[in-house]
Write a protein that binds this ligand. Structure first.
Ligand SMILES: Cc1cc2nc3c(=O)[nH]c(=O)nc-3n(C[C@H](O)[C@H](O)[C@H](O)COP(=O)(O)OP(=O)(O)OC[C@H]3O[C@@H](n4cnc5c(N)ncnc54)[C@H](O)[C@@H]3O)c2cc1C
Length: 478
C-alpha cells in the first residue's frame, strides 16, 4: 500500500470539494482531492442542470398547451417526442458535465486520488486498498444520496431515483412519484406536463417546502388542481407486475386503492453519504444522524482538524451553499487551529415548479414570536401576472417589528426566482420596508406585486409613507 502526505485531504470532488481545493491552493497549501465516483458533480450530472433541462422542455409543452388561453389555435394539437426530449436533456447535460470533468482531470495527478476514502484516525485515511493518506487536516465533502423509503426499498432495482430519470431513453407512460418535496415536485410536474401520467404519494400532509401555512394553503389549491397528489396516503405494498409496478395504498380516510405505474420515482429526501466513512475512527461525538457537531460559520467539526462542506453537513443542501461551505472549509483547514468564523449569506432557495417556489431569509416557522409583521400579495389580480395568464400564487414578506427591516419571505408565484433575489438582496442589505418601497418599480411588472406586499407590510407596521420606522413604530419595552 502506498502512503501519501498532504496538507488538506478532501473527500469528494463535487461542488463543495472542488471549491475547497481552490481555496487551499489559493492559500498556498497542498490539497489532495479524493473521489470514489465519476467526476462531474451531482449538480451538473444528476441534479440542478439536468432537472432544469427537463423542466425547460416541460415549460414549452405547457405554454403550447395553454395557447388557447390567448385565442391561439395550434393546428392538430402538439406531440411530445419523448426520445427527442430526453436526448436533448442528455446532450446538454453532457456538455455541462464535460466542462467539470475536463477541469477536474486537469488537476495535477499528485493532487488527485481515485477511490473510496475512510477514516483510520482523525487525519489518516485509507483509500480503497491502495493508499494511506496522512494529512494535516481533512475536509469531508462527500455529498448525499436519495432515500428510498419502505416498501419501495424491497424492490429497489425497480425504483428510479433522480439519477435514473435523466438516463431514460424515452418518457415512460406513467410514474408514481414518492414524495412531495422540491425534487419530487420539480421532476413530477415536468413529467406530467410532458404527457406522462403522474401520481404523487406522501404519507404526511406536506406539499412543497414552505413553512408559512397561508402559502402552503395556496400551494395545495393550485397544485392539486393540476396534479394527482395523494397526501396522507400510506403505501401498503408495491409489487412488480408484467406492465410495471402495482402500488396499493390507503388514502387519508383509510380507503384502499391500487394502480399500476410503468415506473416509480423515489424523491423522498436525501441522506448524507456517511456509509463507509468510518467517522467513529475520528473520536468525534456523533449524533443520531451519524454527524458530529458542526459550525456552519467555520465548517469545523467540534474543535477537530476535520471540516465538513456541502450536502453532507445537512445545512441547506443547495449548490451555492455547497460552494460557500467548500471555500470556508478550505480556508479554515489551512488556518487550523486558528479558524475564522465567516458571515453566511442570507438563505435563498428556489424550486423551479410552476408557479415557482422561493424561500429566503428567516422562515415563517422561525420568526420570533410577537416580533414580526407580515405583508402579502395574491398574484390572482396582479396586473402583469394576469396579462401573462400566470396569475396564481401568493407572496408573504416578513419584517422585524422593532426596526422595520425586511427579514424573510416565502413566495409562490410567477417569476419567484427573480422576486426572491430582489428580496434576499434587500434582506442582506438590511433594508427597511420604507427603503425598499422607495426603490423604483416599473409598470407593468410582476415586481409591482412585491410593492403591494411591502405596502401591506408598511400598513401592518403602522408606518406612514416616507417616514423613518424608528420614529413611528412603537417598540414595547424599548
Ligand atoms: C434533482 C436535483 C436537483 C437539484 N437542483 C438544484 C437547484 O436547482 N439549485 C441548487 O442550488 N441545488 C440543487 N440541487 C442540490 C445541489 O445539486 C447540491 O446541493 C450540490 O450538488 C451538493 O454538492 P456537494 O459537493 O455537497 O456533493 P456532490 O456534488 O454530490 O459531491 C460529493 C462527491 O463525494 C463523492 N464521495 C462520497 N463519498 C466518498 C468517499 N467516501 N470517498 C471518496 N469520494 C466520496 C461522491 O462520489 C461525489 O462525487 C439539486 C439536487 C438534486 C438531486
Amino acid at each position: 500500500m502506498e502512503t501519501r502526505e498532504t496538507d488538506v485531504a478532501i473527500i469528494g470532488a463535487g461542488s463543495a470539494g472542488l471549491n475547497a481545493r481552490r481555496e487551499v491552493l489559493r492559500l498556498g497549501g497542498k490539497p489532495l482531492l479524493i473521489e470514489s465516483g465519476p467526476y462531474g458533480t451531482t449538480c451538473a450530472r444528476v441534479g440542478c442542470m439536468p432537472s432544469k433541462l427537463l423542466i425547460a422542455a416541460a415549460d414549452v409543452a405547457h405554454e403550447v398547451s395553454r395557447a388557447g388561453v390567448f385565442g391561439l389555435e395550434i393546428a392538430n394539437g402538439h406531440h411530445v417526442n419523448g426520445r427527442s426530449v430526453m436526448e436533448r436533456v442528455r446532450r446538454e447535460r453532457d456538455r455541462f458535465v464535460s466542462f467539470v470533468v475536463e477541469s477536474t482531470e486537469a488537476i495535477p495527478s499528485e493532487q488527485r486520488l481515485r477511490g473510496h476514502a475512510r477514516f483510520l484516525g482523525p487525519t489518516t485515511l485509507q483509500v480503497d486498498d491502495h493508499t494511506i493518506v496522512e494529512s494535516s487536516t481533512v475536509i469531508v465533502a462527500a455529498g448525499s444520496h436519495p432515500f428510498v423509503p419502505p416498501p419501495f426499498d424491497l424492490i429497489r432495482e425497480h425504483v428510479m431515483v433522480n439519477d435514473d430519470v435523466f438516463e431514460l431513453e424515452d418518457l415512460p407512460a406513467s410514474v408514481a412519484v414518492i414524495g412531495t418535496g422540491i425534487i419530487a415536485l420539480e421532476l413530477g410536474q415536468a413529467l406530467h406536463r410532458l404527457g406522462v401520467r403522474v401520481a404523487f404519494f406522501n404519507p404526511f400532509d406536506e406539499l412543497g417546502p414552505f413553512t408559512d401555512p397561508e402559502v402552503t394553503k395556496v400551494v395545495k389549491a393550485v397544485l392539486s388542481a393540476e396534479l394527482r397528489i395523494n397526501l396522507g396516503a400510506t403505501v401498503i405494498n408495491a409489487d412488480v407486475v408484467a406492465d410495471g409496478i402495482r402500488v396499493r395504498w390507503a388514502d387519508a380516510d383509510g380507503e384502499e386503492h391500487e394502480d399500476v405505474f410503468a415506473r416509480i420515482l423515489a424523491a423522498a429526501g436525501r441522506r448524507p453519504n456517511l456509509a463507509g466513512l468510518d467517522l467513529d475512527k475520528t473520536n468525534l461525538p456523533l449524533n443520531e444522524r451519524g454527524l458530529p457537531p458542526l459550525n456552519p460559520q467555520t465548517a469545523q467539526a467540534g474543535d477537530s482538524p476535520i471540516f465538513f462542506a456541502g450536502d453532507i453537513d445537512g445545512h441547506l443542501p443547495l449548490l451555492h451553499e455547497a460552494a460557500d461551505d467548500g471555500r470556508i472549509a478550505g480556508s479554515n483547514a489551512m488556518l487550523y487551529p486558528n479558524v475564522v468564523a465567516h458571515v453566511r449569506r442570507v438563505p435563498l432557495a428556489v424550486a423551479f415548479t410552476d408557479p415557482q417556489m422561493a424561500m429566503l431569509g428567516v422562515r415563517y416557522t422561525d420568526l420570533p414570536e410577537g416580533g414580526f409583521a407580515v405583508g402579502q400579495v395574491s398574484f390572482e389580480d396582479q396586473g402583469r401576472a394576469r396579462v401573462m395568464g400566470r396569475n396564481q400564487g401568493i407572496a408573504r414578506i416578513y419584517a422585524d417589528k422593532s426596526c422595520c427591516r425586511l427579514i424573510g419571505a416565502e413566495v409562490f408565484g410567477p417569476s419567484a426566482e427573480h422576486i426572491a433575489h430582489l428580496l434576499a438582496w434587500s434582506v442582506q442589505q438590511g433594508l427597511t420596508v420604507q427603503t425598499a418601497l422607495s426603490m423604483p418599480f416599473y409598470h407593468p411588472v410582476v415586481e409591482e406585486g412585491v410593492r403591494t406586499a411591502l405596502r401591506d407590510l408598511a400598513g401592518n407596521l403602522q408606518i406612514l409613507d416616507g417616514c423613518p420606522a424608528e420614529d413611528l413604530v412603537e417598540t414595547p419595552g424599548m
